[in-house]
Design a protein around this ligand. Structure first.
Ligand SMILES: [Zn+2]
Length: 98
């Protein structure tokens, strides 16, 4: 029997993804939790307080750093999802009602 389309496992922590709309697609096409990706980027880029990792849309994350004036500025931009996998995920979400 085929696996159900809705059964997705996080590529980073191995737990099921409850909401596919909160998932991030990995460069290899698998999916992972939004929070797991933030944590991964944090470690990978050695992001420490008060710097933060934010999602800035279209599969991109940014490492933000707090300046002396208290404003956050973007220190690094990370293209995490390839545009192809991002589009295929959106397509998957769009077709889930069938
Ligand atoms: Zn996870």
């Amino acid at each position: 029997m085929k696996k159900k389309e809705s059964e997705h496992i996080c590529a980073l922590c191995g737990k099921p993804l409850d909401f596919i709309t909160d998932a991030i697609s990995e460069p290899d096409g698998r999916l992972s939790h939004f929070d797991c990706v933030i944590e991964k980027i944090r470690k990978q880029y050695r992001v420490e307080e008060p710097d933060t990792v934010s999602y800035i849309g279209q599969g991109r994350f940014a490492v933000c750093t707090k300046g002396e004036d208290g404003k956050y500025t973007i220190r690094d931009r990370i293209n995490y999802e390839s545009s192809d996998s991002f589009l295929s995920m959106k397509k998957l979400v769009g077709n889930s009602g069938e």
